[in-house]
Design a protein around this ligand. Structure first.
Ligand code: HEC
Ligand code: HEC
Length: 257
């Protein structure tokens, strides 16, 4: 779950290659300003060492801090909300085994009015349904696992789904491609660009980064591949099954604009 959720790609300390040192502080550029993801190591003073399991589950599933403040959806709880309670429990148990890293990252630098944390409450009222992802009995177990990994912990839509002006994902255009939040390049339309890929091509690309055309997946996808490579092959096969089942929607996009 830690690798499926890609926690380290946002929460590592800059200059740090060990994915288990979650001191935070990597600058995350967005159209709303720059976020500096917090320290989520086991430090009791600077991070989540003193948080209860319920505090952590509330943050992941509801985007709420122990003080009852709303968290910014730059933390992709809009996807993590779909995680199964048993997976959340496993993830929390794993996070507890990670080392304490001292230090507090810089404060976010956001443009007004996004700098006002209270405003997130209204945003959530409009765009956050705080719901699970019931499995679809008409589909196979593998398809349901793939959808779960993509829409839930894997948060693929956070880059591959277009957003509205307030930064909420346009659910009806799910996975149809979008500029990545930091403005560097595009995440391709996964409902179209994979039409000629076999399931094995998708599994290969997600675990090694090599595409059937001989390209190497880069940009924000490089970190995703680094994490997905840690997953069992059966999980990647399930993701491939789900992606291949998506009906073509939206405009075709090329990975390299
Ligand atoms: C796309 C980047 C991104 C990813 C991936 C990500 N986070 Fe975060 N996370 C953030 C940001 C940004 C915040 C700060 C939100 C705020 O200030 O309201 C945050 C906040 C948090 C918090 C609240 C900490 C605090 O001190 O308030 C927790 C806990 C957390 N993340 C855990 C996780 C876990 C566990 C994962 C993996 C399942 C994860 N995050 C993946 C960006 C990310
Ligand atoms: C941080 C942003 C980000 C996230 C999260 C993300 N992707 Fe990507 N993805 C990209 C970008 C950017 C590219 C284009 C990379 C390139 O061309 O070098 C890409 C490319 C791809 C491709 C290749 C498509 C093609 O036509 O070449 C596949 C397949 C893919 N992503 C699947 C996924 C899956 C599955 C997930 C979730 C487990 C995911 N992505 C999560 C940003 C992201």
């Amino acid at each position: 779950m830690f690798f499926a959720g890609g926690c380290e790609s946002c929460h590592i300390t800059p200059g740090q290659i060990d994915p288990l040192q979650l001191g935070g502080g990597l600058k995350l550029r967005t159209p709303f300003g720059s976020f500096y993801p917090p320290n989520i190591s086991n430090d009791r003073d600077f991070a989540i060492g003193a948080w209860s399991d319920v505090d952590l589950a509330n943050a992941l599933l509801s985007g709420v801090s122990p003080k009852g403040e709303h968290l910014y959806p730059a933390f992709p709880y809009t996807s993590y909300q779909h995680m199964m309670p048993s997976d959340v429990a496993d993830l929390i148990a794993f996070l507890r085994t990670l080392p304490a890293v001292p230090g507090r990252p810089p404060a976010h630098r956001l443009h007004f009015p996004f700098s006002v944390r209270r405003g997130i409450g209204l945003w959530k009222l409009l765009f956050f349904e705080n719901a699970g992802l019931p499995s679809d009995p008409r589909q196979s177990a593998e398809w349901n696992l793939g959808r779960y990994l993509v829409e839930g912990p894997g948060h693929c839509g956070e880059c591959h789904t277009p957003r509205n002006l307030l930064g909420a994902m346009k659910r009806h255009l799910r996975l149809t491609g979008a500029p990545v939040p930091d403005g560097k390049g595009n995440a391709p339309n996964l409902t179209q660009s994979l039409a000629k890929w076999t399931d094995a091509d998708i599994v290969e690309a997600l675990s090694s980064g090599f595409t059937p055309d001989g390209d190497v997946l880069g940009g924000g996808m490089a970190g995703v591949v680094r994490n997905l490579a840690e997953l069992p092959k059966s999980d990647l096969e399930a993701i491939a099954t789900y992606l291949k089942s998506l009906p073509p929607l939206g405009r075709p996009s090329s990975a390299k604009p």
